[in-house]
Design a protein around this ligand. Structure first.
Ligand code: HEC
Length: 247
């Protein structure tokens, strides 16, 4: 956290406003052994970060809904249903939304996926047509550069406070939250909305070299063919379990 070294951290605690409390908790002589003081700092930090009320006092309406102290509007319920439904949004596949063992969701599974977001021409490095930000396999990250199966994958971000942001995805290619959601809905059904046209064809996944296209995620919500109708409750129940819509 921008401290030069262990001693810098210890000195700040020793001369800061927590020094007295620090002595009380860890003993009068805690500052005598700098390595031990540093361990005490880590222990204090770890304890602080486990305290939900202090460290993540989640206060959104959705958290209140999970606590049972707020109700979602019909529109919000519809949205949550789509977010969680494996046949439709399927967002919770990578952005889990449910309470788990009493823990509030982070809206990320901390995994990696390749979504194939469009190239952002406003990034200076992208003026070089041969330059690609491939995420996990480089070029910035170097430890996995010999793993082509990781090229194009990026860390799934949390969606907490996502509505406060203006540009989306790793390269900021998409502006506006509604458009970020639309990208999922129509990347495959309407690629012409996202990728450039060259002559008569659409260059899909223009920010990923062809050799890595197989790394892209193709499960729902991405599995829609061109011209397919959006999934809705009716078409879903009709397909489900062999029961016809009129039954
Ligand atoms: C296969 C896993 C996966 C699924 C399914 C998924 N996401 Fe994501 N999401 C990601 C990853 C990975 C990124 C970052 C990708 C990047 O930056 O290139 C991301 C980024 C986002 C962002 C941009 C956040 C930011 O701050 O830039 C939004 C918004 C988002 N997802 C919403 C959704 C919604 C809504 C759905 C369902 C329709 C969904 N995601 C389904 C993995 C997934």
């Amino acid at each position: 956290m921008a401290n030069a070294d262990l001693e810098a951290v210890v000195a700040k605690i020793e001369h800061g406003r927590s020094a007295r409390q620090f002595r009380r908790v860890f003993g009068e002589r805690i500052f005598d052994d700098r390595a031990l003081t540093f361990k005490a700092v880590l222990l204090a930090l770890e304890t602080f970060q486990q305290e939900p009320q202090e460290f993540y006092p989640y206060s959104s309406k959705y958290d209140a809904y999970l606590r049972g102290t707020a109700a979602l509007s019909p529109q919000e319920q519809r949205g949550l249903g789509i977010f969680n439904d494996p046949r439709r949004g399927n967002c919770a596949r990578c952005h889990p939304s449910a309470l788990r063992a009493g823990k509030f969701p982070q809206f990320t599974d901390f995994g990696y996926a390749a979504l194939g977001v469009p190239r952002n021409a406003a990034i200076p490095a992208n003026q070089n047509a041969g330059y690609f930000d491939l995420g996990v396999c480089g070029p910035w990250r170097t430890d996995l550069k010999n793993h082509p199966e990781y090229c194009g994958l990026f860390r799934t971000p949390t969606l907490r406070n996502v509505a406060t942001r203006a540009v989306f995805f790793h390269n900021g290619a998409v502006r506006g939250l509604a458009n970020a959601v639309r990208f999922y809905a129509s990347r495959d059904s309407n690629p012409e909305n996202w990728y450039p046209r060259v002559g008569s064809s659409i260059v899909k996944f223009d920010d990923l070299p062809k050799s890595f296209v197989e790394n892209l995620d193709t499960l729902s919500p991405f599995d829609k063919d061109g011209g397919a109708q959006p999934e809705n409750e009716r078409s879903r129940s009709r397909r489900c379990c062999g029961i016809s819509a009129s039954a």
